[in-house]
Design a protein around this ligand. Sequence first.
Ligand code: APR
Length: 183
Amino acid sequence: MIEILQGDITTLRVDAIVNAANESLMGGGGVDGAIHRAAGPRLLAACRKIPEVRPGVRCPTGEACITEGFDLPARFVIHTVGPVWRGGDSGEPQRLADCHRNAMKLAREHGIDSIAFPAISCGVYGYPRDAAAAVALSVLSEEGALTRTPHRIVLCAFDAGMANAWREAVQRLHIAVTSESLE
Ligand code: APR
């Protein structure tokens, strides 16, 4: 089932939290910065071990990779790189859908049963909240996605605006949502 929370994703006691990273995986601001701060320096060291697929790129946009969570309560961090919003006609919705699909695929491959997503691309990368919410929820509620692992999917908004965008998307898509506890 899908839960919508408002709070700091680094505090969540789930098997994996998803990081909205950049293609270098060398950290940044926003949720990426918060996760690296909370996980400690071993996270950056683990990311550095991920081979570059081309100069400066360890994780191409839309793809996902997994590391341990180190000092985080979460056992794993699934790093994914969302698209930078360029108006919506450059494949952004498809890349954002890929982020969610690939994160869920990695979670399944690692027996992860609870996973928390931030609002990927909705900060520095400028993706409009409502459009991003619709993409995320349509992927996460895709046929069968809610019956297989991970059984607990948390959407963790840092602000009320994003939490509401997810709630409205849930209503529009008629998705069952469990507790909507606010932290
Ligand atoms: N917990 C949950 N959500 C958070 C947190 C947090 N601690 N901190 C920020 N957020 C939210 C933001 O409010 C936003 O809604 O995460 C969402 C994504 O915003 P960004 O972190 O800016 O990520 P994104 O838009 O995908 O841009 C990625 O920013 O930090 C850099 O290295 C990162 O270059 C990459 C780019």
